[in-house]
Design a protein around this ligand. Sequence first.
Ligand code: 3IO
Length: 338
Amino acid sequence: MKQLQCVVFAAVAAVMLVLPCFTADARAGSVTLNYANFPPAPTFPCVQMERWKTQVEKRTEGQVRINTFPGGTLLGAKGMMDGVIAGQADIGCLCMAYQPGRFTVTNAVSLPLGIPDSKTGSVVLFDLYNRYKPAAFDKVKVLTMFTTAPANIMAKGPVRNLDDIRGLDLRASGGAADILKAWGANQIGMPMSATPEALQKGVVQGLFSSLEVMKDLKFADDCKYVTMTNTVVYPFAVVMNQSKWDALSPEVQKVMMDLAREQAEWTGAYMDGHVENAVAWSKNRGVEFIALDDQQREGWQEPLAPIIEEWIKKARGKGFDGGGIVDTISGMIDKQGK
Ligand code: 3IO
């Protein structure tokens, strides 16, 4: 009896050892990738993440599976780039405005150069990256880039003129932060993911970003006033750990590269439509939208004039062709507008 038990045990053990080899063989080349994102699932960076996942899984016919981690569960806003480089996540979505000194070239799309919408901003940013291939991305593979729609002021109280904004505690990052400062606001820097709590606790009286968050993060509950400045966009990048990328088959790599610019366009179009949606939704909840007439717009535009020149100087100091980058972006915006 003991002997029989031994034989049965050995047989079961042998099957258990060999079986995984067969199943692994059946899925030869299959790979699972972890994709980290910092804001909550309903926000646009996560919506585009799910769309990218679906497209990659479909187009690679199951060779690639993507596990998505929204809400900072795998990596947070400021640790995204270094976390992907270190391999804590295989793929990460980051907002470059949170580290403006690190991503000089790509953050230039956050200068007040007149990007009219997210579709334009996303394509311009993606093409700008490919034109310059900045060294800031040497340690990763860039999978796509995109921008928000232009930023507007969302606040607890009405901001009708530059006097109203002077000294007001408003949250923004990167290029958008420079604009708040030029308008005389008390600019406070923090990632979007920290903003709901800051608004609730009264650490800030509002924020300067794209309007879809009025709905997606329910800011319409606190911010009953929106001032339409349509000023600058925030730039995002999706990056992949370099050695994980190198280990992918050429076919899978091709699927991802074919998707890169398309994903930028898709995200831009989604964002633009969703902003419209969120504006209508907010109006229904009693939010007042404050429009500026042409003369007022000029007054708001005037303090921004030195920002571009100062950026060019600073970029030159770091060894970048600041003027050339600005001209390139302006040319790309014009071309998209035609
Ligand atoms: C943003 C970031 C995370 C989720 C939704 C968002 N909508 C606009 C942004 C831009 C941004 O990063 C910011 O901090 O305003």
